[in-house]
Design a protein around this ligand. Structure first.
Ligand SMILES: Cc1ncc(COP(=O)(O)O)c(C=O)c1O
Length: 468
């Protein structure tokens, strides 16, 4: 008889799936499966669970709000929970980002950011502004519009004739720049590609350039050089193009500052999108942070009237506020900075010892380790060997839940995301690193055996990067 329901796993590809543990409960950085096995949540899911699991204060705030006021549709009524939350978020974001448009997640927030800019362009007599430029590779969401923004080569057949992919410029990878360029030179080339693309399209047609200021899974936590950030700011300003930072994954304190944008005061974005850590897994939340000048001007003209039934939900807002109170009570942003440094030196030490870790990159408690078949040539593993899937399996064997999956078919490389909850203690972090060392050791032996059975390595990523 056909099983009814089947959870989400029923939708995933049958082939090559790592058996997923049946998680029964979670507390802090730990999760337990039904058999009582304990795992460290090494990546906070997909960098979501910033305040850790089982937080009683947030649960109590959620219950209290549900008992007092569960729902009030924002087009029909205001509520104190949402007012307090948006004010707190805007204060943390700082000058220039005084308005907060709430959403139920990252993809929705990303679309709202683009819609806000588009609506303002129309309201101010610039209807030709229809183009949004993004990076290759990149990730901005899973709605149809955001899939078209993603720099994900494997989506080409899905999008073909269905949705129009955005124009792409190369992401400023530093580990393996094409044609043996040095990283700084390549970053300049990437910024010039943005300038050229805007000029080719016609600046009057370009609405925005959207970039993850610190990457997530699509780039393995790429941190662009400061010089690159200053250049893209200057290029966008010169051409009248909005610079949007997608901080859905890297914002909310993960990099050791509330916004990743706060690391680059000379490259301030026009809009920022947030999600993930906002609700920290307790409520679906996302947001666009925008300047009061833009939002208030638009409100005078046409307003921004796009509405979802669940945006600015009072319970979600109460959760978001309680999450921010935990940030303050536990100094989680400071913690991300100083424990981030400990994570980095631990990962650097692992990389020095491991024959398969070619690069470590990231900021704060948001890092990735890049897996390579050869550290000297930086040759990636053949994607057919499924290095990231195997890593997840070895992780589970060592009590680690790792977030890793091949992006762009592995053409830019293979990496594991290491982004534990910001509440992790130094002892728990050391435990995570010890388990990761064991995971990498098992993985190296596993992959070495499989590599021997193959002749040569895949060329892959280079052609793509130089043509991006
Ligand atoms: C950088 C970035 N943007 C957008 C999204 C989409 O967010 P969501 O999954 O909440 O829709 C993600 C999710 O992984 C992300 O990492």
């Amino acid at each position: 008889m056909t099983e009814i329901g089947g959870g989400q796993t029923a939708f995933y590809a049958r082939a090559n799936i790592v058996p997923l543990p049946m998680i029964a409960r979670a507390e802090g950085v730990h999760m337990w499966d039904e058999a009582g096995r304990r795992y460290i949540d090494a990546s906070s899911g997909p960098a979501v669970s910033n305040i850790g699991h089982g937080n009683a204060r947030v649960a109590a705030a959620m219950a209290a709000q549900a008992e007092t006021l569960d729902y009030a549709f924002p087009r029909l009524a205001r509520n104190r929970s949402t007012l307090a939350y948006t004010e707190r978020l805007a204060r943390l974001a700082g000058p220039g980002l005084e308005r907060v448009h709430l959403a139920s997640g990252g993809s929705e927030a990303m679309e709202n950011a683009i819609k806000l800019l588009r609506q303002h362009a129309i309201a101010t007599g610039r209807p030709a502004k229809t183009q949004v430029i993004t990076c290759q590779p990149s990730y901005h969401g899973a709605t149809i519009a955001t899939l078209a923004m993603n720099g994900e080569v494997m989506m080409a057949p899905f999008l073909d004739g269905f949705a129009t992919p955005t124009p792409k410029v190369p992401a400023p990878f530093a580990y393996r720049p094409p044609d043996n360029q040095d990283a700084a030179h390549y970053a300049r080339h990437c910024a010039e590609a943005l300038d050229r693309t805007i000029r080719d399209l016609g600046p009057e047609t370009v609405l925005a350039f959207v970039i993850e200021p610190v990457g997530g899974l699509a780039t393995g936590c790429l941190v662009p050089p400061a010089d690159y950030m200053a250049r893209i700011r200057e290029i966008c300003t010169r051409h009248g193009v909005a610079l949007v930072f997608d901080e859905i994954l890297c914002g909310m304190g993960r990099t050791g500052r509330f916004l990743a944008a706060h690391h680059w005061p000379d490259a301030r974005p026009d809009l920022v999108t947030l999600a993930k850590g906002m609700g920290s897994g307790y409520a679906p939340l996302g947001a666009v942070l925008a300047p009061a000048a833009l939002v208030d001007d638009l409100a005078e003209r046409t307003g921004f009237e796009f509405q979802y039934s669940y945006n600015a939900n009072p319970i979600a807002s109460a959760v978001g506020l309680a999450v921010l109170e935990e940030y303050e009570r536990l100094d989680l942003i400071g913690q991300a900075a100083w424990l981030g440094a400990r994570l980095r030196s631990g990962l650097d030490a692992l990389a020095a010892d491991s024959p398969i870790v070619g690069d470590v990159r990231g900021l704060g408690l948001l890092h990735a380790v890049e897996l390579v078949a050869d550290k000297t040539t930086k040759a990636p593993f053949p994607t057919a060997l499924q290095p990231t899937e195997r890593a997840r399996r070895h992780g589970l064997d060592n009590g680690l839940i790792l977030y890793a999956r091949p992006t762009s078919g592995g053409r830019y490389g293979h990496w594991l995301l290491i982004a534990p909850p910001l509440t992790i203690t130094p002892e728990e972090l050391d435990d995570l690193l010890a388990r990761l060392a064991a995971t990498l050791q098992g993985l190296a032996a596993d992959l070495a055996g499989r590599l021997e059975a193959r002749a040569g390595l895949e060329p892959a990523y280079k052609d793509l990067q130089s043509s991006a």
